[in-house]
Design a protein around this ligand. Structure first.
Ligand code: HEC
Length: 293
């Protein structure tokens, strides 16, 4: 029947504990769970409603049972009332420390009254509330620490921190791009010249392309890839574009983006460029325009 914690503390506490638990356990990506999943909001509201209802019921039941007690039992109960939080010694001390009520309780108002009077509006010279004073001291300590850290020891300011983070992010992106095979498009593709890459390109070419372009690139169903004339444009970017999108409709050159990874297309395109000027025997006649970068 005695309540250790008053309901204006226990209800918010229970509610926020459950709220924190939903945020912690429900994986909702960057947005909070109660925004991403409206059901969570509904659940929290219903839950809040229920705990308030329970509190009200318990209080009502307590009041009723209190009336049913005999005088003796009531006295006994009141004796042990200081179990409750608001009656606690340390609780009172804490409240006293934060709002220092002596000034209003023990000193009469006349003693505190200042001698000015604005159309009947008077002013009391109350103590500053201790919480305010502590905040003030804390801000002085903060100011000193801040001053020493940033002005004397020269720690990074926000702009510097941002610059460092951006630089770090750039390094990480570059690192990621090195290992991510799918991060490339015709704008970022570059010509590879390393023997290893070209060898892989050659392998891909012999498996997928030689049927139409011949192993030496001289051309059969597809055009000659060793001359400097191109139907769809030469250079790494155009060839990459041709591989991703295929040739003109009905000509037989399909899009390779479903079969080859971007890195593989880059390698085979680089290999095709390395075939330039090899002049294989009985190659197909050049088609298209001479390509200049
Ligand atoms: C089924 C036959 C076929 C296969 C397989 C094929 N191609 Fe083609 N390729 C063609 C034809 C046909 C064209 C001409 C398309 C056009 O005229 O639009 C062409 C065009 C090209 C072009 C553009 C040539 C230019 O003059 O602009 C390139 C580069 C190319 N192919 C590379 C490849 C690579 C690399 C592969 C393997 C991944 C490949 N092709 C596989 C038939 C093929």
């Amino acid at each position: 029947m005695k309540k250790l914690i008053p309901s204006y503390l226990s209800v918010p506490f229970i509610f926020f504990a459950v709220f924190a638990a939903t945020e912690f356990f429900i994986d909702s990506g960057e947005r909070p769970a109660f925004i991403k999943f409206p059901m969570v909001t509904v659940f929290l509201l219903v839950f809040l409603f229920i705990i308030i209802a329970i509190e009200i019921t318990i209080t009502a039941v307590n009041n009723v049972t209190y009336y049913l007690l005999t005088a003796e039992e009531k006295a006994k109960l009141n004796e042990s009332k200081n179990w409750s939080l608001t009656e606690n010694k340390w609780y009172k001390k804490l409240v006293g420390l934060l709002i220092k009520p002596e000034s209003s309780a023990e000193v009469s108002e006349d003693q505190l009254l200042l001698d000015h009077d604005y159309d009947g509006i008077k002013e009391l010279d109350n103590n500053l509330p201790p919480w305010w004073v502590y905040l003030f001291y804390a801000s002085i300590v903060f100011g000193v620490v801040y001053m020493v850290r940033f002005e004397i020891l020269g720690a990074d300011n926000q702009e510097m921190e941002l610059k460092k983070e951006i630089a770090q992010a750039k390094i990480e992106v570059a690192e990621y791009m090195k290992t991510a095979p799918d991060m490339m498009d015709e704008k970022t593709v570059t010509l590879l010249t390393e023997a290893g890459d070209l060898a892989t390109g050659k392998e891909i070419f012999n498996t997928n392309c030689a049927a139409c372009h011949r192993t030496d690139g001289g051309g059969q169903i597809g055009p000659n890839l060793t001359d400097n004339q191109w139907i769809l444009g030469g250079g790494i970017k155009n060839i990459f574009h041709t591989l991703v999108n295929g040739g003109r409709d009905g000509k037989g050159m399909i899009s390779w983006k479903g079969t080859l990874k971007p890195k593989e297309m880059q390698k085979v395109a680089s290999y095709v460029i390395s075939l330039n000027g090899t002049n294989p025997p009985d190659a197909k006649a050049p088609e298209g325009e001479v390509y200049v970068e």
